[in-house]
Write a protein that binds this ligand. Sequence first.
Ligand code: ADP
Ligand code: ASP
Ligand code: MG
Length: 442
Amino acid sequence: MDDKRRAALLCRLGVIVGRRFVESLLLFGRVFRHKKPLRMKLIVQKYGGTSVANPGRIKNVAQRVRETCAQGNQVVVVVSAMSGVTDGLIKLAREVHPAPDDREMDMMLATGEQTTIALMAMALHGLGLKAVSLTGAQAGIVTDGVHTKAKIVNITPKRVHEMLDAGNVVIVAGFQGVDNAGAITTLGRGGSDLTAIALAAALKADLCEIYTDVDGVYTADPRLVKNAKKLEEISYDEMLEMASLGAKVMQSRSVEFAKKFKVPFSVRSSMNNNPGTLVKEETRKMEDVVIRGVTVDKNQAKVTIAQVPDKPGMAAQVFKAIADANVNVDMIVQNVSASGHTDLTFTLAKDEVPRARRALEPVLREMGAGGVACTEGIAKLSVVGIGMRSHCGVAAGMFDALAAEKINIQMISTSEIKISVVIDGAQADRAMNIVHAKFGLG
Ligand code: ADP
Ligand code: ASP
Ligand code: MG
């Protein structure tokens, strides 16, 4: 073999060895990738009443779910009753009985969500996806027996896991569970949020998304304050205060649950792909913002008990009776004693008034107190922000803004991160806009 041919042969050999080397590298890369495949993500998506209000909207949600699946995710969908259905059922019940039995209410209310899960499964079938619907009980959501506002005691989502593993989208009815005696329960208004967050915790989901009819959580209800701004993120504590003070975008109990079990979640619109608001644990940076948002709750009533004997144990008896009736009270004010008697005033949700009255009557009679006066038509206006812990002057600023517009304050209460005032309900929307502007939130 002459030198030329030897050189050509060596060159070809070099090319072959080189190519093999590159191929081995690629193969190694592939093997390596296969050894650590990207784990499928499990996503819980909750769609509220307006997002499933009609067949078109249900099909829109199904399309979104299909896209999420196409990205290689497992999806659990939690749905509410179609918009207006729960209110309609409550109205219907009241037409049959003025104070319907709570157990029977739950039996009826649960049908709203049960309709939606089946329709959602059908819509997904229409897109060629495997999907199966489950009631709260079938999904393993066990609650206490306090009908119409039951608390979740445990979740055993065995069936959800099995159905996901079989390749299904699993659709779970929000707002409902089952107690130990097998009775259907509901989790309080807006309770589908709680179902979603509790399921996300129990399933150890990678992501929990609450889809609704606004782009996220705003500095104030965007329907009432036109220049309200969408928040990129908010801490659990702020979201919890805003939710319990009237921002109905999230059910407050669901936020409490998310905080307790450290479930970060986002609030987003089901009508677009905007990023939404992330609700999560507080970070240092968040404290720089003094006021995160303003809320108003028009669903409040004020109860005043006159002539309560001014001696130890009276307040305890009053509020024990109310607590035993499962009524939550909010602000409490006791006036200075005059001639051995005081007035006791507290606020509560409007629809709890009859229940509170029934619970109070025998106790007040026994203690020799005066009558009970209930005032509706009030509103609670609040400002919320964790920055309030380290900044002063917020209360003064708020009261000043209201005074300048001649809005009278009837009651005041504060916590570390909120200030609330009770005002006349008719002035609530105006007051909200004034305070929102005062703190430069728009
Ligand atoms: P869903 O039916 O999806 O659960 P909700 O009606 O319960 O939706 O909650 C969404 C509504 O919450 C919005 O339409 C909005 O008017 C209201 N809302 C009140 N306060 C706020 C806020 N601070 N940010 C966003 N939305 C709010
Ligand atoms: N359907 C229930 C309600 O209207 C629960 C929910 O929508 O979250 O309150
Ligand atoms: Mg809701």
